[in-house]
Design a protein around this ligand. Sequence first.
Ligand code: HEM
Ligand code: HEM
Length: 246
Amino acid sequence: MSNPSSAAGIGATNGFSANGNQPVEYRRVYVWELPVRAYHWINAIALVTLCVTGFLIGHPFRLFYAQEAYQQYWFAWVRFFHFAAAFVYVFNFLARLYWGFAGNRYARWTAFFPFKRSQQQEIVDVIKADVLETKMHGPISTGHNALAGLIYFGTFLVFVFQTITGFALYSSMSTSWLPRMFVWVVPLMGGEFSVRFWHHLFLWFFVTFVIIHVYLAFYHDYIEGRGTVSSIIGGWKFDRVKKGDK
Ligand code: HEM
Ligand code: HEM
């Protein structure tokens, strides 16, 4: 794929020349509002902290100090950062849930569920163009494409699962009301071992998601050439102006 504009076929299907040297007009669109961007980056930092500290809790390594194990405190810090990041991550997620009702059309829940015929068509289109590479792209969404929206919704469900199992594990070591609300989860899932197993397993879901997600963000940035990566920092994307749009 040496020529991004022709490789994506954006120009070909949207009425522009596929020749990358042709001047093209763009419209600047404010897509990701501040609460969405703040949510995104707080979530990313909290999640990386949770993955790293969670991994260390599951696979603690031995540190050879002159001190006795009981005189060291590093593992308690690892657990402290896991729990602190957990609270940040949960309340940040609750704020995003609210913003799904209050935010602009790109942030709303309607962008995550492909109820409309056009969104279902777009899912097929994205699979054919991006995954199977058997077709040129049709029109490109300004916000999430319908497939991305659906996958984000799936990850939100995993966020909920990880929160429930995390607080269930925490409930046996805390007297605070929030973890205590999840005491019932432990017997329901067959005991602490089972909760811990599932909580650990989903660590690898997040690791996989982040690798593919970051790759796709840069891939779309390169192929579509309209500021995908910078949009999640500044909020703006660039839509090509079609003939007759003005
Ligand atoms: C731990 C790391 C990360 C996680 C868990 C994560 C998660 C997410 C989630 C859940 C969304 C949907 C946002 C919403 O609608 O509220 C999103 C969107 C987005 N993220 Fe990330 N992200 C991470 C890192 C990154 C990085 C490093 C980049 C760029 C370099 C990036 C670029 C984007 C972009 C461009 C979007 C909007 C995508 C679209 O148009 O559909 N993300 N991310
Ligand atoms: C969402 C991302 C999260 C990831 C990737 C994650 C990952 C992990 C992992 C891998 C472990 C080690 C399990 C084992 O023993 O093998 C762990 C332990 C634990 N996590 Fe999480 N976790 C997350 C969120 C949470 C949340 C929201 C809470 C809520 C408080 C939480 C509370 C705990 C507790 C209490 C433990 C056991 C700590 C111990 O026994 O010392 N986690 N986590």
